[in-house]
Every structure is written in structure tokens, then in C-alpha cells.
Write a protein that binds this ligand. Structure first.
Ligand code: A3P
Ligand code: MG
Ligand code: MG
Ligand code: MG
Length: 385
């Protein structure tokens, strides 16, 4: 059997920073003899940070001058903007420049709607935005045509899976927040052998200081955070303007009464009534902090709050780009991310995450209590229907 499986060493056993162990079983041999290879993703992480930062600047520019004509509606009626497309084209272009030989990208958007009659003006606007970003950055001496931009968007059509390397991109996570002028994130992760090995979250509107219930806002309200994590290397946060990075950790809170929790701003994305039942059972006193996007994972990784609860309504299937980067950002900061049955999220099965009921996130100490409260609350809610 051909197998290229990558096992992540338990957190407590991790020794060298920025390295993890990869067990490669040769396809020509059926024996279980394993070769231990030290893997580092330094180049990939640097490229991901750069690509996400470029995309964040493009998004900031569009959000400032948001025009109604910049918003389209996709087939599923969810919104998509020139910034979603521009961000995806830019990240795809930047990563392909760095890794031309081995490039696979699983990303949210595609060019189907942009190739329809009447979309030419929008495509030209996206192309202009992408080229302005490339010119301002100065590292790439090229000008993309509209067809180049459409192709860059479409190179995100990979299906991912358990073999090889795949980039996973949400060019704007929290498009609804973006449109409201609230939180959103550019979320980029790398899968290797079906595991998330690095993640970057650019959160242009997230304050540099805590947004938790008891959070202190910085006196000048500075915003713009870049979170990044590599397997075995911990999680760091730096201002999006490029100044130096600091290591972050999830909260050490053990008493649920002192914990605060995050959930989606959009009630359509997560059952707020179920979260409030769980919070009540745990004795959480603070009101929920409701914000859009994977900025929730970023905020949790630096201890702004202790818990993130996400319970989509029945029938919704979570996508890997909505959680891959956030998941490693939180786990490398010492947190735990599972589904409502306590199972780790499995990113190896293509673009969907097949999970039980919802996603719960907290620190190691609180997880057993949270898990019990979640199980009881799900049972109670089901019995009351
Ligand atoms: N009915 C639904 N239930 C759960 N999640 C949904 C949803 N409809 C959309 N989403 C996802 O929720 C994401 C936003 O997350 P949050 O609720 O944490 O702000 C969206 O990402 P996009 O904005 O990238 O489309 C989208 O993928
Ligand atoms: Mg979307
Ligand atoms: Mg998303
Ligand atoms: Mg998106």
C-alpha cells in the first residue's frame, strides 16, 4: 500500500522548534519500517506570511472605499466581493512564484461567475487591484492580464486530501463582517499528508490589544494583526505593519466562571441558543463576544477569551478553509480544537470537514468541563424539540 503519512508529535514531546517528525513509508515496500525525517516549513511560512499580508492590504483598500458594485451574490446567495477575488488571485500568484514546481491550492472562490456576460468590468477592477498590489510590493516584475487573474483564481480548484502538500485558502473569511466594516481574516494554511503544518491569519481590523470581555483597548485603537504558527513551533502574533512578533498562549483560566466565550456574529452560522445553554451550564458569567471570521481563533490564541463555540444549523457542511489556519494557530498556542464528539478535526478528506454537530475550542484544562456541558446541552436541546 502506498502511504505517505505524517504524524504530528504530541505537544509535550516536541523538542526542536520549527521541526516535526515525518514518518515516510516507502511505496515499494509493504514493511512498516519507517524513515524519520525532520521537516521544516520555514520557506513556506515566510511565503504564506508575505502572501497573506499582501492580500490584507488589498482588502483594506477595498473595505475603505466599498462600492455597492463590488458585491456580487454567489449561487448559494452568500456575498462575494472584488476583494475576495483579488485576495485569492494575489495569494495564488504569490505562492506559485515561490513554489512553481509543486503547487496545489484548495480555495473558496472560483472564476465561474466572473466569466459570465456582464462581468468584464468587475474582472478589470479586480485585475487593477491585483496589479496595484504587485507594483506596490515591488518583488515581482510582472503585470497580470485579466486572463492571468482568472487563471490564478482558478488554480484554487484542488480537492486537497491525505496525500502530498496542499495550500488551503479563505481569501476573505467573514465576508459579511467585511461588508459591515467589522472583522474578517485572510486565512492561509498548508496541509502535508492531510495534517495542517502551518497557518497564517491576517486580521486587518483586529485590535492589537485584547478584545475579550474584560479587554483593555489600546489608547490609540491600533488594529491589524498577523497570527502565524508552524507545527511544533508555537504561535506568534505581529502587527500587520511588519513590526516584531511576540509568542502568544491561550488563557490559563481554569474556572469557567471566569471564562468568556466567542461565537459567530451571524446567528445563521451558529446556534446562539445552544451556546447560551452551554455557557449557563458552565457558569460562564460574561456575555458572548460575537465577531466574524477566524479572527475568533486568533483572539483565542492570545488569551482574549477562553472558549469558542460553533454549532451550524442542521445540514451545513463545514469547509476546511474556514478552520485550517485557525486550528493550528490555536493548537500551537496550547489550545484544543475538536468537534462536538471530542474528535480532532480531520483535514485530510477533501474540502469538507465531516464532523459531529459543531466545533468547540478551549484550553486543555477547561476542555473536559466544556465537553460535558456540550454533550448535556445537545441532549437537552434535542429532547425539547
Ligand atoms: N449556514 C452556515 N452555517 C455555518 N457557517 C456558515 C454558514 N454560511 C456560511 N458559513 C461560513 O461561515 C463563515 C464565516 O464564519 P463566521 O460565522 O465565524 O463569521 C463563512 O466564511 P466566508 O465569509 O469566507 O464565506 C462561511 O464559510
Ligand atoms: Mg464565502
Ligand atoms: Mg470563510
Ligand atoms: Mg471567504
Amino acid at each position: 500500500m502506498s502511504l505517505n503519512c505524517l504524524r504530528v508529535v504530541p505537544h509535550s514531546l516536541k523538542k526542536p522548534r520549527f521541526f516535526h517528525l515525518s514518518y515516510l513509508r516507502s511505496s515499494s515496500s509493504s514493511s512498516s519500517s519507517a524513515v524519520i525525517v525532520a521537516m521544516s516549513y520555514t520557506k513556506e511560512l515566510a511565503a504564506a506570511k508575505k502572501a497573506a499580508s499582501l492580500a490584507a492590504h488589498l482588502c483594506q483598500k477595498v473595505q475603505k472605499a466599498l462600492l455597492q458594485s463590488d458585491v456580487q451574490s454567489k449561487n448559494d446567495k452568500s456575498p462575494v466581493t472584488v476583494a475576495d477575488y483579488g485576495s485569492q488571485a494575489l495569494v495564488s500568484f504569490a505562492l506559485q512564484q515561490e513554489f512553481p514546481a509543486d503547487f496545489s491550492l484548495v480555495a473558496e472562490e472560483d472564476s465561474e461567475d466572473l466569466r459570465k456576460d456582464g462581468a468584464q468590468e468587475t474582472v478589470e477592477r479586480i485585475t487593477k487591484l491585483v496589479n496595484e498590489s504587485i507594483t506596490n510590493d515591488g518583488s515581482y516584475n510582472v503585470t497580470l492580464s485579466t486572463e492571468d487573474v482568472l487563471k490564478a483564481i482558478d488554480s484554487g480548484r484542488s480537492e486537497g486530501g491525505s496525500q502530498g502538500r496542499h495550500w488551503v485558502l479563505d481569501p476573505i473569511d467573514g465576508t459579511k463582517g467585511f461588508l459591515r466594516g467589522d472583522q474578517y481574516a485572510i486565512a492561509l494554511a498548508l496541509l502535508d499528508g492531510g495534517k495542517v503544518v502551518l497557518g497564517v491569519l491576517a486580521c486587518p481590523n483586529l485590535p492589537l490589544t485584547s478584545i475579550g470581555a474584560a479587554g483593555q483597548h489600546s489608547p490609540n485603537n491600533e488594529v491589524g494583526c498577523l497570527f502565524f504558527a508552524e507545527v511544533g513551533g508555537g504561535t506568534y502574533m505581529q502587527p500587520l505593519d511588519g513590526s516584531s512578533a511576540v509568542k502568544v498562549q491561550v488563557t490559563a483560566v481554569e474556572n469557567p466562571e471566569e471564562a468568556s466565550f466567542f461565537e459567530s456574529y451571524e446567528a445563521a452560522h451558529s446556534m446562539h441558543d445552544l451556546s447560551s445553554l452551554i455557557a449557563q451550564k458552565l457558569g460562564v458569567k460574561a456575555p458572548p463576544v460575537r465577531i466574524d471570521s477566524q479572527a475568533k481563533y486568533g483572539a483565542l490564541s492570545r488569551g482574549d477569551g477562553a472558549i469558542y463555540l460553533r454549532f451550524p444549523h442542521k445540514g451545513y457542511r463545514e469547509k476546511i478553509w474556514d478552520h485550517a489556519a485557525g486550528c493550528i494557530v490555536v493548537t500551537e498556542a496550547g489550545g484544543v480544537v475538536t468537534d462536538a464528539a471530542g474528535k480532532p478535526l480531520d483535514f485530510s478528506r477533501g474540502k469538507y470537514l465531516d464532523l459531529d454537530t459543531g466545533i468547540i475550542v478551549t484550553n486543555q484544562k477547561l476542555m473536559p468541563l466544556l465537553f460535558s456541558a456540550v454533550r448535556e446541552s445537545i441532549k437537552e436541546k434535542a429532547a425539547s424539540l
